[in-house]
Design a protein around this ligand. Structure first.
Ligand SMILES: NC(=O)c1ccc[n+]([C@@H]2O[C@H](COP(=O)([O-])OP(=O)(O)OC[C@H]3O[C@@H](n4cnc5c(N)ncnc54)[C@H](OP(=O)(O)O)[C@@H]3O)[C@@H](O)[C@H]2O)c1
Length: 145
C-alpha cells in the first residue's frame, strides 16, 4: 500500500530523523533524506537500501530557500511525487546560561529553526498546490495552515 508513497525527512543524517527515515522505509515508503552532511546521509541510505528500501540523499541547507527549491526539483525528478514532509531538522546549540551564550550563535539558532522549517513548509505547499495533491504535512509549526 505504501509502495508508491514518497516522504521527505529533514535532519535525516542522525538522531530522530535518521530513525524515522529507516522506519518509514521499512514500511515501503520511498524516502528523501535531507541534511547538510552528505557523508552521514549516505550511511543512513545504506542502512535503508541494505534493508531493501528506497532512499535518495539530498545535501541541502534548509535555511537557504534556493537549496530547498533545488531539493524539491531533485525529488520530483527522481521519485515523481511527494506525499508528506517530516519537518524534523533543527539545531539545539547553544545551550547554557544566557549570560554565557554567544548572541550571534543564539540568533543563528532562532533563525535556522524558524526560517528552515518555514522554507520546507513553503516549498511543500507550493508543490502540493501545483500538483493538486495533499496527503498530509506533519509540521512542528503550530501556526501552519
Ligand atoms: N532529542 C530530543 O530529546 C528532542 C526533544 C524535543 C524535540 N526534539 C526535536 O526533534 C528534532 C530532532 O531532534 P534530534 O535530537 O534527533 O536532532 P539532532 O540529532 O541534533 O539532528 C538534527 C538534524 O538536523 C539536521 N540539520 C541541522 N541544521 C540543518 C540545516 N541547516 N539544513 C538541513 N539539515 C539540518 C542535522 O544534520 P546536519 O548536521 O548533517 O545538517 C541533523 O540531521 C528536532 O527538531 C528537535 O528540536 C528533540
Amino acid at each position: 500500500m505504501n509502495q508508491n508513497k514518497v516522504g521527505i525527512i529533514t535532519g535525516a543524517s542522525r538522531g530522530m530523523g535518521a530513525q524515522i527515515a529507516i522506519n518509514l522505509a521499512s514500511f515501503g515508503i520511498r524516502v528523501a533524506l535531507i541534511a547538510t552532511s552528505s557523508a552521514r546521509l549516505l550511511k543512513i541510505k545504506k542502512i535503508i537500501v541494505d534493508n531493501k528500501g528506497s532512499a535518495i540523499v539530498i545535501k541541502a541547507d534548509i535555511y537557504n530557500f534556493t537549496e530547498v527549491k533545488k531539493a524539491f526539483r531533485q525529488i520530483i525528478k527522481e521519485y515523481g511525487r511527494i506525499d508528506f514532509l517530516i519537518n524534523n531538522a533543527s539545531v539545539i546549540s547553544p545551550i547554557g546560561k544566557i549570560s554565557d551564550t554567544d548572541p550571534y550563535e543564539w540568533k543563528k539558532n532562532i533563525e535556522m529553526n524558524l526560517i528552515g522549517g518555514y522554507n520546507m513548509i513553503r516549498a511543500c505547499i507550493d508543490f502540493f498546490f501545483a500538483a493538486k495533491t495533499w496527503s498530509y504535512c506533519k509540521c512542528k509549526f503550530r501556526c501552519c495552515t
